[in-house]
Each structure stands twice: as structure tokens, then as C-alpha cells.
Ligand binder design. Structure first.
Ligand code: G6P
Length: 636
């Protein structure tokens, strides 16, 4: 979704901001723009489409100021044209705004502002913000008061940053529902702006009062300039100037700006030697799983054991779990249900966040809501969490970004420790979620006295074998995956079938293919396939069947035969030495066998991630930034 960035410091703002926008791209965007202050004016550059178009414009016509705001836009109101891209200006061109979120009452505001002479040039909801602030500023003369008065009239969920032509070294940033982070960098002398090189760093040995300041929707966009970060809270605004950062509530009550060292590194947000973030993140999975697992184990008197998470909850009292999630995280939740039912014998519901938030869910004394979200910012999951908390249901967050809103608003947090996930299609966060849910189910089982020490040791051994099995599976399936991708890259559609724990894998395999290769794909419970979708089978349809050697093996073979009998093209995911399965398949992605069947989906999904990647490549798709998608869905 839309990304915001802002810079105030000694460097030329456009060179800093274009890098920040590059780092925000992964959130999903379809146009970009920038406003930089110089000589008492606001100078704009905007471009529809790829960020490169904006970079080319800046190359041809650089902007020379040291303070500016920038934006990647994911279209909601109005198509992704240059006119609709941000920043948006007031009619007099003296106020510019970049915005993330939705202004729900933009229509009445637009009508009122037009009546007062405002001229609107875009179809966006955003444009009412600079118009409104400008009107209030002209009437009162105080920028901060104008922003506060404007915010009081805005409805919806948003974050925005505003600059004023006659306040050349000042950015005011507002947060109400969408994330916004402030970054603080090196000290410099504001009296001596750097007018030499476009990227030259200008400092005076840290002896002066001013520090480089930035704002961004995401921490990676603050790199490499920021050394410390402060997370703006909902209902707060930040006033950035050479005097520093002043935070206050919308009502004007000062709030202490709490900065802490930035944790994300530039290396973690670069592709390294890989051709895409997705390829890098798939390859990182052995390390990610090992790190997560070891963080949850402790060597005690009786050997290695699973650590109780410090969730501030009595897990023994939990008798009903509701998982809230969207997209890939929802697939992980489906596996979480299996784990909790099987290991802890408790009742579990899995809800899609956007559905849960508009129902009137029933809560009993032992209900626990677990919000699963890689980003921790998905608007629907956040709204579901808030609904649960309003009903006094405790909420635990399973998130990758521990500084996210969902993490901060939950009673307890289970971190994934997967490192930044930049590719829009979730890969390493998904397998980490599945492992984390397995460990959580074991903990609940242990708290309830349902996990014997022997069973705990077996589960730990099975989990500890995973990183090596993941690495081996990725290595050993690659050739076959490439061959299948060569053969089926031009297929119009693909079906994924699975049962039990492999049903979520089938859903995930189909989602990956849709997301990044734009192939129509469905994941289906194999037993349900003959109730309709089997009509799709022709000799042109690849059908991916998940056939690990588990309790569903024979049933899956029958389903596979049904597809074969109708000439479907069969790709299977099963054990690599399963000769019978190989004989029945056009292609077998031979995976390693998990030591606990519950963990098998972590291995089975790996060739499907690589298959989607290779099909996408062969179809010339941008695997990291697929069309229309956003990494972090911060609007409804
Ligand atoms: C978007 C992303 C998906 C992701 C989903 C949920 O749709 O494109 O990859 O699975 O949001 O995101 P979350 O951060 O809540 O896990």
C-alpha cells in the first residue's frame, strides 16, 4: 500500500528520498512522486508507473532543496495517473501532502472546499487534505494549529506528511491508523546546507544541534541515514524542524519522543547475490527456521525443553482459540488449527480478518484470539484484534515485525524473527509462522498436561531436523521444478489438491502462482474436487497433487487416479524415493519426509514456492512487485 517518506537535513532531499521510495516499493505501488522545498517554493516531480520513471525525471530535472516529502501510491480513489499521484497541492500551491490510508468523508469535504474556491485537479481522497490545511493556515497563520484543525475534520484511517512553502525546513507528520516512523541520523550544522555534491554527506563532527531527520511508513526506508527510530502513535503528530522532533497529541498535549536504535540493517534489505528478494527469502528459510526454533528452546535440568512464551496468559485456562489472519497468514492459521486440535485438544476457529471484524463473535471465559500477520499492519487483522479486545478477549500476536501496530496492541507477542520480508509473496514468513504455531500448540499442550516429556523430546528432534531438511528439499527439487515450469509456464490455469495438512499447502501453492505469475489457480481439498471442479480437467490442465506418505496417502492416490483418468497433467509433491508415485506422475517434486507428519507442510510447500517463482520468470513477471498487489495492506 502507499508509502510515505520525508527528509530534512544537509543532503539533497531528492537523492535521499528516491532511495527511500525504492525501499518502499515492495509495499505495492503504481505511481510515485516527490515535493522538495527550495527558494520559498514547493517543487514537484511525479510519474505514473514504475519508480524508474520518476528517477528518470529527477535525473533530467533534479530538485535542489534539502527538505522534502515523497510517496509511492497504490491506487484506491482514481486510477494510477500522474495527476492522481502524490504529493498533492493546495490550490495556491503553498501546501503539499503525501498520504497513506483513506479519508472516508472526502466527498463532503471536497464539496465544501470547492464552494470556498478550491480547485481540485485529481480524483483522490487525499487532495482534500492540503486544500483544507491551506484554508485553515491562511485563516490562522499557524501551521501546527492548521494541521490540528484539519485532522479534527478528517474521518478514516490515515497517516500523512505536510510541508508549507513558507516553512522551508519543516515537515509535520500525522498518524491516525496507518503506520509512520521517525528516523534520526547524524548531526550537522543547519546553517551550512550542502550545495556541493548531490549525495555528499555533510556533518560537523556531531558538534551542532541539528540532526538529520526522516519519516517513513517502514523502517527500511530510513536506511542508511537514520540511526535511531521513534514509532509515532495513533492520535499523535510530529513536528520536524532544525530544532528537532516535537511530538504532541492532536489536542496539543506534548508527548516525549522515545527514540531507540534502528534494528534493521541495510544488508537485510538488499538482494545480495540473488536476482530477487523472493529468491533470497526462499533460500533463507533454513536459517530462519533454525533461528526461530533455537529462540524457543532452553536447556534445563531435564535436557532441552520448549520455553513458555511470556504472553502474560495462563495457557492452561485457554479452551478456545480464534485465529485471525489474511492471505498467506490465513493458510498458516489453518495449519495452526490442526496443531492445536491434535496436540492440545482444544476447540479452534480460523477466521479471515475482514469477515471477523464485521461479525458479532461470541467469546467465553477461555477464549484467546491469535492475530497472525507478517507485517503486523494488515488493516483488517488490526480491526479484528481491536474488536476482540473491546470484548475483553485476550489477544496474542504472531508477527514478523515486532514494532508493528498489531504487536503493540496485543497482550502478548510471539515474534517470527524471520528478518525483513520484502518480496510481496510471503515465503520465509509463512514457513516460520507454521513452525511457530507448532511450537505454540506444543506449549499449550504442555500447559494442559497433555505433552509427555518423551513426546516433547520427539517434537523438538523433529523440529530440529527441519532446517537441514528444508535446505536439502530446496536443493533436490530444483531441477524437476524447473522442468515442470518449462512445460507448464504457458498453462492457462493450474489446480492444487491436498488433504489434511496439505490442503493449506495446496491453497498456498495456488496463491503463490496467482500472485506472482498471474496464472489462474485454485487450491482445493482433494476429497471435494469431484463435487464440481473436476469438470475443469482436460489434457491441458496441470494438477498439482500433494501426496506425502501420511494417513491420507491412499486417499490422495485415488484422487490422483481420478484426474489421470481424465487426462489431466499430474505434478505430485511426495517423498523422493516413492517409485509408485513417480510412476503415476508426469513430474514428482521429491521432498524430504518430516519426522513429525504435522511438520510435513513446511517441506511440501518449498517446491511450490520455487515453481511459482520459475513460472513467473518464464512469463516475464516481476516476482517481487506483482501488479496490483501490496505487501502491507493498510486499508480495508
Ligand atoms: C497481502 C500480501 C500477502 C499477505 C497478506 C497478509 O495480501 O500481499 O502476501 O499474506 O497481505 O499480510 P500479513 O502481513 O498480515 O501477513
Amino acid at each position: 500500500m502507499c508509502g510515505i517518506a520525508g527528509y530534512l537535513g544537509p543532503k539533497t532531499a531528492d537523492s535521499v528520498l528516491i532511495v527511500a521510495l525504492e525501499r518502499l516499493k515492495y509495499r505495492g505501488y503504481d505511481s510515485a512522486g516527490m515535493a522538495v522545498m527550495s527558494e520559498g517554493e514547493i517543487h514537484l516531480r511525479k510519474a505514473a508507473g514504475k519508480l524508474k520513471h520518476l528517477a528518470d525525471k529527477l535525473e533530467a530535472q533534479p530538485l535542489s532543496g534539502h527538505c522534502g516529502i515523497a510517496h509511492t501510491r497504490w491506487a484506491t480513489h482514481g486510477p494510477p495517473t500522474e495527476a492522481n499521484s502524490h504529493p498533492h497541492l493546495s490550490t495556491d500551491g503553498r501546501v503539499a501532502v503525501v498520504h497513506n490510508g483513506i479519508i472516508e468523508n472526502h466527498e463532503p469535504l471536497r464539496r465544501a472546499l470547492k464552494d470556498q474556491g478550491g480547485i481540485f485537479v485529481s480524483e483522490t481522497d487525499t487532495e482534500v487534505i492540503p486544500q483544507l490545511i491551506s484554508t485553515l493556515y491562511r485563516a490562522g497563520g499557524d501551521p501546527l494549529a492548521a494541521v490540528r484543525a484539519a485532522v479534527a475534520r478528517l474521518e478514516g484511517s490515515f497517516a500523512f506528511a505536510v510541508v508549507f512553502a513558507d516553512q522551508p525546513r519543516r515537515i509535520i507528520a500525522v498518524r491516525q491508523g496507518s503506520p509512520l516512523i521517525i528516523g534520526k541520523g547524524k548531526a550537522y550544522d543547519p546553517a551550512e546546507p550542502n550545495r556541493e555534491g548531490r549525495t555528499e554527506v555533510f556533518t560537523k563532527g556531531g558538534s551542532t544541534a541539528a540532526r538529520e531527520l526522516m519519516i517513513a511508513s517502514d523502517a527500511p526506508a530510513l536506511l542508511p541515514h537514520a540511526q535511531q527510530v521513534c514509532f509515532l502513535e495513533d492520535g499523535h503528530l510530529a513536528d520536524l524542524s532544525d530544532a528537532g522532533v516535537a511530538i504532541s497529541t492532536f489536542a496539543g498535549v506534548p508527548v516525549e519522543a522515545k527514540f531507540k536504535p534502528i534494528e534493521v540493517t541495510a544488508e537485510a534489505v538488499s538482494k545480495g547475490s540473488f536476482d530477487s528478494f523472493m529468491a533470497k527469502e526462499i533460500a533463507e528459510q533454513p536459517t530462519v527456521l533454525a533461528r526461530l526454533l533455537e529462540s524457543r528452546l532452553r536447556t534445563g535440568a531435564s535436557g532441552v525443553e520448549i520455553v513458555e512464551p511470556d504472553l502474560g496468559l495462563d495457557l492452561k485456562a485457554v479452551n478456545h482459540v480464534v485465529f485471525l489472519a489474511a492471505g498467506t497468514s490465513w493458510h498458516a492459521a489453518l495449519l495452526g488449527k490442526r496443531f492445536l486440535e491434535q496436540l492440545a485438544r482444544i476447540h479452534v476457529e480460523v477466521d479471515i480478518s475482514s469477515e471477523y471484524r464485521y461479525r458479532n463473535p461470541v467469546a467465553s471465559g477461555g477464549t484467546l484470539v491469535v492475530a497472525i500477520s507478517q507485517s503486523g499492519e494488515t488493516a483488517d487483522t488490526l480491526a479484528g484484534l481491536r474488536l476482540a479486545r473491546a470484548k475483553f478477549i485476550p489477544v496474542v500476536a504472531l508477527v514478523n515485525v515486532v514494532t508493528s501496530t498489531i504487536a503493540r496492541e496485543s497482550n502478548g507477542v510471539m515474534p517470527l524473527l524471520a528478518g525483513p520480508e520484502i518480496g510481496v509473496a510471503s515465503t520465509k514468513a509463512y514457513t516460520a509462522q507454521v513452525l511457530a504455531l507448532y511450537l505454540f500448540a506444543l506449549q499449550v499442550a504442555k500447559a494442559k498436561g497433555l505433552l509427555t516429556p518423551e513426546a516433547e523430546q520427539q517434537a523438538i528432534a523433529a523440529a530440529r531436523a527441519l532446517p537441514e531438511q528444508v535446505a536439502a528439499t530446496l536443493r533436490e527439487t530444483e531441477e524437476e521444478v524447473c522442468e515442470a515450469a518449462d512445460l507448464f509456464a504457458s498453462a492457462q490455469a493450474t489446480v492444487f489438491l491436498g488433504r489434511g495438512g496439505e490442503h493449506p499447502t495446496a491453497l498456498e501453492g495456488a496463491l503463490k502462482l496467482k500472485e506472482i505469475a498471474y496464472v489462474h489457480a485454485i487450491g482445493y481439498p482433494a476429497g471435494e474436487f469431484k463435487h464440481g471442479p473436476i469438470a475443469l480437467v482436460t489434457s491441458h490442465l496441470p494438477v498439482v497433487c500433494m501426496v506425502p506418505k501420511d494417513a491420507m496417502y491412499e486417499k490422495m492416490l485415488s484422487n490422483l487416479q481420478e484426474v489421470r483418468a481424465r487426462s489431466g497433467r499430474i505434478i505430485t509433491v511426495g517423498q523422493k524415493d516413492d517409485q509408485h508415485l513417480r510412476d503415476l506422475s508426469d513430474h514428482l517434486f521429491g521432498v524430504r519426509q518430516a519426522h513429525d507428519d504435522l511438520l510435513q507442510p513446511i517441506l511440501s510447500v518449498l517446491p511450490l514456492q520455487r515453481y511459482a517463482y520459475h513460472v513467473a520468470r518464464r512469463r516475464d513477471c516481476d516476482v517481487d512487485q506483482p501488479r496490483n498487489l501490496a505487501k502491507s495492506v493498510t486499508v480495508e
